[in-house]
Design a protein around this ligand. Structure first.
Ligand code: AMO
Length: 464
């Protein structure tokens, strides 16, 4: 007989069925034992009456504990009115067991899975595969999947093509430190893991893709915080022949519809999303990602806003200039002349925009500087020599000489969005296998030392 899900039993009263899953709890009530069986659809009460079982099963049941993996054949029965459990989707029925098979026994789990709120997080991360069985993690990962599939459907319907870009590549100078990969075949040379697909998505625009998106993993070797992980996921997108308004409109509409469909219990505080200049945000709220919620105790309130008009450049510690967001952004049209003349540098504003949500930066993007001469000026203002510009950005500058279309895009951070929708305090709770604050994976025990042979192959010697 094929296995059915626990939830399906509610429409199978009077039938014999097979279920499979884990023992959530075992309750012994004298002659009768109850197993609350768990599968991905939820819980189902199974009644064990020894006289109803076959001989082999009767032998087994006394040894069965929480988290054993079982297959149970039994009869679906309606519960009496007094026995109905209104808190359980399967609360109107129960399964009277006829045959119990142990698919795999389980050691006693190192923590209680039902409510992990007060369990030491390091323990949860070490046994993440058990933590994933908890209602909290199941709920969060299912929500994450719903958010991502909504975005995918929305963008496909809007004519976007999902394109994968390399994870083993050359560094992208966007501010964060990169993870490096030594090359075996090219001694002394290194790849970098991309901190975002920024350059590739722009090159896809040169390549005529016009509307690109990707659920893209990004890698940044930064100090961790609750809203930062060394690898995280962006909904990266880019469009050709667009202006700022087009990108903001698309993303705003997509977010509004996503909230409505995936988390209808949430309320968006203000539509259209308010737009605040960087200067106003800093003057009024002292932050470029202000928490604009009118009522911060309301877990269902989402205060989206756009922050716009960022200064293009900021001073470096040694008195030079660096870009404030990313070097590929375009200045505001009225400031293009200043860029070309390299004058009024602190006054140059960029066509960058950030999406903020409840005090978090939930996304960032810009209209890009698609004219090679203008892009070159940015690098000159940053003090790069002609050789450095050539070696670091030559491929972009050259690509732009082949009729690069005007383009722009954005990258909402999926982890942060899902964290806020799930009401979780940090993004680790919405990532299946996250890393600790000091960037370790406690389950896999990474990073790890390597045998000398492996290091020799990639021409690496460890400094003592
Ligand atoms: P940016 O660096 O602003 O832009 O990143 C975009 C969004 O990604 C999320 N994010 C993170 N989430 C978790 N952990 C991190 N360490 C982390 N760092 C960033 C944030 C952020 O708003 N290429 C540009 C986008 C563009 O211009 O189109 C970029 O990466 O939500």
């Amino acid at each position: 007989m094929p296995r059915i899900m626990n939830l399906e039993t509610i429409s199978r009263i009077g039938e014999e069925v097979v279920i499979s899953g884990w023992v959530n709890t075992r309750r012994d009530m004298g002659k009768i034992t109850f197993f609350d069986m768990r599968d991905r659809s939820g819980l189902l009460q199974v009644v064990i009456v020894p006289s109803e079982l076959d001989d082999a099963s009767r032998e087994l049941v006394s040894g069965i504990r929480s988290e054993y993996c079982l297959r149970i054949t039994g009869l679906v029965q309606a519960r009496g009115a007094k026995q109905v459990n209104p808190n359980l989707p399967t609360g109107t029925v129960e399964l009277l067991a006829k045959k119990v098979e142990i698919l795999n026994p389980s050691k006693t789990p190192p923590f209680e899975l039902e409510d992990t709120a007060n369990i030491n997080e390091e323990l949860r991360m070490k046994y993440r595969y058990l933590d994933l069985r908890s209602p909290r993690m199941q709920k969060n990962l299912i929500l994450r999947d719903k958010v991502i599939s909504f975005f995918r459907d929305y963008l496909h319907a809007a004519g976007f093509t999902e394109v994968e870009t390399p994870y083993i590549t050359k560094g992208t100078p966007e501010g964060a430190r990169e993870f490096l990969i030594p090359s075996r075949q090219q001694p002394g040379k290194f790849y970098a893991l991309p901190q975002s697909p920024q350059q590739f998505k722009q090159l896809l625009m040169v390549g005529g893709i016009e509307k690109y998106f990707q659920v893209a993993r990004c890698f940044r070797d930064e100090d961790q915080r609750g809203d930062r992980q060394p690898e995280f996921t962006q909904l990266d997108l880019e469009m050709s022949f667009v202006e700022r308004e087009d990108v903001l409109k698309l993303v705003e509409d997509m977010m509004i519809k996503m909230v409505k469909e995936v988390t209808p219990e949430k309320r968006i505080q203000q539509i259209p999303f308010p737009r605040i200049s960087y200067k106003e945000a800093m003057d009024k709220y002292g932050s470029d990602k202000p928490d604009l919620r009118e009522d911060k105790t309301d877990p269902n309130l989402l205060a989206f806003a756009w922050i716009v008009d960022f200064p293009f450049f900021e001073r470096t510690d040694d008195g030079g200039w660096t870009f404030s967001h990313n070097p590929f952004s375009k200045p505001n049209d009225e400031h293009m002349e200043w860029l070309m003349e390299k004058s009024n540098i602190p006054e140059i504003m960029t066509q960058q925009y950030d999406l903020v949500l409840n005090g978090y930066e939930a996304g960032g993007g810009s209209i890009r500087n698609h004219q090679p001469e203008a892009l070159k000026k940015v690098f000159e203002i940053m003090g790069l020599s002609a050789e450095d510009i050539q070696s670091q950005f030559g491929h972009m500058l050259e690509a732009f000489t082949y009729g690069a279309p005007p383009h722009g895009g954005i990258a909402p951070g999926i982890d942060r969005l899902v964290m806020l929708l799930a009401g979780e305090p940090n993004i680790r709770e919405v990532i299946a296998f996250p890393k600790t604050g000091d960037a370790r994976d406690l389950m896999m025990d990474a990073p790890a030392e390597l045998p000398k042979k492996n290091l020799d192959e990639v021409h690496i010697e460890i400094k003592k």
